[in-house]
Write a protein that binds this ligand. Structure first.
Ligand code: NAD
Length: 337
């Protein structure tokens, strides 16, 4: 049976990925520190659902604890590692940059060290569309420059891409980096827009809308996203014998078994259309508090998902109204409202 170690297994994306992998018969080892960035009960509820499978087990520890991580690798010998644990969130990185330094840089370094020591066959790690920073050329393609991050969060994620490339090159470790675009769906994060909007609308409290609603996001439904991750597990990068033969769409490094892949819906949705759809689904109007642009924020994101489609034959496609309906159903059920 194929064994996958998923870091951040109690997190939003990690939970959905673990569920999919368990459904597909993988042996899944979780790793999560249950950090208190948001409601720990939500994380515990997600883990409790995963524990319904006898093929799931997990360790609760921090990525920065190299000894704990290393002991887990030694005990489990995972064939595949999907590293999703991180201090996420763009805005919080203005308030608490140190937690990004610790979780994202020290933590990711420890994962790479363990993957190297234990000869993991494929290491896949989460980066973000935020690395495209101030770019205005749309849709964002992986080969566009990513040298101008606007937040410390983006800077840490971009750094992990570079660090991972050096490991892939030096130790011939296959590494795939994902760049995710605004992921949403059931069991979603309380710090993200959809959750906050639904909460505000159902409770009758104002919702903050940045840049006066003149924002665009490539909202990616979580079930689609984890399907993309699952398929990329089998798209193992290999150092090219002749880099000149690498197709134009492929980001494969000329000197390492390493690629960076966008996972996005390739559909740029205006924030006010997103909110209109939430109101329709909730059957209630929002109290809209229009605000200016937030420091470090970008007005638009939009993914070019050509590479994902070429590598896997798949591209996310859930229309945002359907995804919102699923989220609102989950939210009402979870909070009994
Ligand atoms: N959700 C999105 O829209 C989005 C977009 C781009 C990138 N990402 C990236 O995807 C990954 C997963 O994001 P998510 O939305 O599931 O976030 P999440 O916060 O729900 O999940 C992250 C999990 O990691 C754990 N964690 C954090 N720091 C840790 C540490 N130092 N040691 C051990 N565990 C730790 C947390 O307890 C949490 O359960 C992250 O790397 C994030 O940066 C997410």
């Amino acid at each position: 049976m194929r064994k996958v170690l998923v870091t951040g297994s109690a997190g939003f994306i990690g939970f959905h990925l673990c569920r999919l992998l368990l459904d597909e018969g993988f042996d899944v080892v979780g790793f999560d520190a249950m950090t208190d960035y948001y409601d720990v009960n939500l994380k515990r509820r997600r883990h409790a659902m995963l524990h319904q499978s006898a093929r799931f087990r997990c360790v609760e520890a921090r990525l920065e604890d190299h000894a704990a991580l290393s002991a887990l690798f030694a005990a489990e010998h995972p064939e595949i590692v999907v590293h999703l644990a991180a201090q996420a969130g763009v805005r919080y990185s203005l308030e608490n940059p140190r937690s990004y330094l610790e979780s994202n840089l020290v933590g990711t370094f420890n994962v790479l060290e363990c993957a190297r020591e234990h000869a993991v066959a494929h290491t896949l790690m989460a980066s973000t569309s935020s690395v495209y920073g101030a770019n205005t050329v749309m849709p964002y393609a992986e080969k566009h420059p990513t040298d101008h991050p606007l937040t410390f969060y983006a800077a840490t994620k971009k750094s992990t891409e570079i660090i991972a490339h050096s490991y892939a090159h030096l130790w011939s470790m296959p590494v795939t980096m994902f760049r995710f675009f605004t992921v949403y769906g059931p069991w979603g994060r309380p710090d993200m827009a959809l959750y906050k909007f639904v909460k505000g609308i159902l409770e009758g409290t104002p919702i903050d809308i940045y840049n006066h609603g003149d924002m665009y996001r490539d909202f990616t439904y979580v079930t689609d996203l984890v399907r993309g991750i699952r398929l990329l597990i089998d798209a193992v990068p290999q150092r090219p014998e002749d880099p000149d033969t690498t197709p134009e769409w492929d980001t494969l490094s000329p000197v390492a078994p390493f690629r960076v892949v966008n996972i996005g819906n390739s559909d740029k949705v205006r924030l006010t259309d997103f909110i209109d759809a939430i109101e329709a689904e909730c059957g209630q109007a929002a109290i809209r508090n229009y605000m200016g642009m937030q420091k470090g924020d970008v007005p638009a994101t939009w993914a070019d998902a050509t590479q994902l489609r070429e590598l896997t034959g798949y591209a996310p496609a859930t229309p945002f109204r359907e995804g919102i309906a699923e989220f609102v159903r989950w939210y009402r059920d979870y909070f009994n409202v």
